[in-house]
Every structure is written in structure tokens, then in C-alpha cells.
Design a protein around this ligand. Sequence first.
Ligand SMILES: Cc1ncc(COP(=O)(O)O)c(C=O)c1O
Length: 448
Amino acid sequence: MKFNQPLYDYVLQATKTFEESLDTRPVTPNTVSVKNLSCFEEPLSKKGAEALDVIKMLYETGEPGVVSSRGGRYYGFVTGGALPVAVAANWLAASWDQNGGPSVMSPTSAKIEEVAGNWVLDLLNLPKKSDFSFVTGATMAGFTAISAARNRMYKQLGYNVKEDGIRNAPKIRFIMSDEIHPTNIIALQYMGYGKSELEFVPCDEQGRINPSLIPSLDDHSIVLLQAGNVNSGAFDPIDEVANLVKDTGAWLHVDAAFGGWVRACHSRSFLTRGMERADSWALDCHKWMNVTHDSAIAICRRPDAISEMFGVQAAYLVQGSLREPNHYTPELSRRARGIEIWATLKHLGKDGFNDLVERTCNHAKYIAEELEKLGFEILNEVVINQVVATMDDDKIDDFITTVQKSGKTWFGPTYWKGRKAFRISISSHATKKNDVDIALSAIKEAIS
Ligand SMILES: Cc1ncc(COP(=O)(O)O)c(C=O)c1O
């Protein structure tokens, strides 16, 4: 295969220009750049185009329409900015074009994912022998873990759901807070449940489940908790709920999409107390771990529960000598996404990870203090990287739009406990004190 030097040289230069612009470019694209994306709407050509011309068009027309979520002033949703080491690992893995499913298709990916998964268990102090699954996002990580939970629960009840289906199966109850992230409900809907079949438990003012309102549990119950509310960042009292689950035969799952990483931070890991007692966990890696999209991990304490659900058997699928990644994921073929996780963990180490979480949480605390000085009402206890703030209800929409249009920072709206509010999530290694100050200056300008 001939190396296409001009093509890759161009991409390297384009990446350099983009990365170097991140500190100064507007956080969101302007309307002209978005309008210009219509240039992509051309008929599919018969003859195709030179690779370099394709990539030039992608850069010249596509790059101005990109959101600078990788920079230090993007505080929307819960968005990590990919570390350079993660981007570089992603490139190399893309160039290898490995199928991360069967180990015979990529011993390198199979081995590296095994190591990366075990490092995550070590970093988060979760049971050492747990199984793990590398998937696209926390939605799929939740789906993977909860499907495995249901399958294992049915097995223990003597019912083979994979063979006999869900229609005549004994009822399993799903119990969660009314603040559970909606993607858990979607995951259950994939699994065939309607929302009206799920049991929702009220929360306190921070969005933490009220354990005293959890119904009695048994071996037909799956409890879903949350480590990190998407608005407030609050943690369900996992230890207390684990006490209720203990000896009942119920399964405890924790959606720890971003909050789970707080376990790697010395000063705040107490917030996750009891998380290690759960049966399964879902964590995003493209959020606070700062790896490239898309990336998440489902973890399960019960040996083989994930592979019993998802392991695909077929005569042509040969067993390699290594761990078979595809036995643990809903997909058979997929990209080798564990490689970026390995590279990021190797680069940061435990100290670097502690520092990443600590630093971003401190920025959130600082921004909340400054917002309060400016007259905003902070609606949440700022326990980690999330700030929910509000002002006069009639003015908030205009305020958010004005800040977004400034191009200096970006955060979005929410409702919190019946109040219209805005939410700030600081999840990127790229955020520095100077970025937060620029964001605050945009906020000051918007209210002046
Ligand atoms: C608590 C929680 N769970 C699940 C998700 C869904 O994650 P993803 O978008 O990676 O599927 C999110 C996203 O913000 C979240 O905050």
C-alpha cells in the first residue's frame, strides 16, 4: 500500500491549525459557517474525487461549522475535551483499522482492552474480577449492564429468557428515582418495557433518591441508582440503598456516567461511598475521562453475566487465545475504542486523573461563587463539576442566548425543581482559570 504523504501531511497541518485555534476561536460556529454547510448537499458523483480534494473540502467547509467543545470554554451538557494522547491513539488505531470484536481480528486491541478495563477497575476501586464491556456511550453501557442483569436474574429464577422470550416471563420490577437520567428509561424501552411499567421513587431537593421510599425488594427487583445527577451532580446515597438491597436477591446498578470518575479523586471520592457494593455500573469515557467520542464502559461484578447475554456463537467465529471482546458487547464488530482509554490512563496515571477531577471541580466551585457575587441564585450544592444557576425567570432565555452568541463560552438551559435555570458542566482538561474568567466576562456583559 502506498503511503499518501500529501493527504496525511494536510491532515496533520489542519489538526495543528485547529488545535492552536481552540484558545481563541469562538466556541460555536457563526451563522454563515453553518449556512455554508449546505455546500455538502451535492449529488453523489459518478467518478468520485481525489482523496486530498475530499479532505480539503472537509476541512475548508466542515471545520468552520465545528463546535469547539474540545476547548476550555465549552460548558454544555457534560462534555470532555479529548486529550492529545487520546486523539493520537485514536489516529493510530484508525490507521490500523482493527475490528475490536473477535480477538483473532486484533490481538493488540483485545490485549489492550483487557489491560484498560482492569486499570479502570483499579482506578475506581471496583471489584477486581468484574467483567467489562467497551461500548459507545453511557446509554449503551446502561443497556448492556441492565440487559445482563435481567438475563442473570431470569436464569436464577429458572427462566430462560433468551430462549423463551419476554412475553411469558415472570415480572421483573425496575426501581429508580424520578431524577434518573432519561437514557436509562430508553435502555429499558429497548428491552421491551413501557415507562408506565417502571417504578419511580421521589428525590430530595438535590435530586438524590429518598431511600425510605424505596419499596421492598426481592429477587425480581433491579434497582437503578445514579452517581452524578446530570444537572446538580448529586449522588444517590448508594451505601444506604446497598443496605436495603443486601440479602434480598435484588440487583443494584449504578449509572455513573460521569460522577463515577469522582472515585478517582481523593478529596471527593466519599461522595460515591457504597458504589463498590453494586452489581453493575455504567461509565462514560468521552465525558470526564477526556477520550475521543464515542466511548463508554459497562462493568459487571457477576462473572459471565455480560457474556451470557451478549456472547455470540457461530461456527465461523473462531475462539482466539485471548479474552474475546465481542462476548461482552452488544455489537459483534466495532472499533477498537479501548485503545484510547488505555493511552489516556497510561498518560494520566492515578495522580493525573485525580488532578483532572480536582481541577475541574474547583473551577466549578469558583464559577458558582463568582455567579453568586453577580446576583445569580445557585440552585444546587456544587459538590462536583456541575453548577445550576438562575435569575429572573423572564430574563433567563435572553441571557442564555446572549452568552451563547458571544462566542466566548457556551452553556445551555435546564429546569431544576420547577425553576428555569442554566447549567454549567466543567469536564475538560483544557479548562484553565483564564478560560473561566473569560466565560465570566461574557456573563457580566450579558447582564449589564
Ligand atoms: C447520568 C447520565 N447517564 C447517562 C447519560 C447518557 O450518556 P451518553 O450520551 O454517553 O449515552 C448521561 C449523559 O449526559 C448522563 O449524564
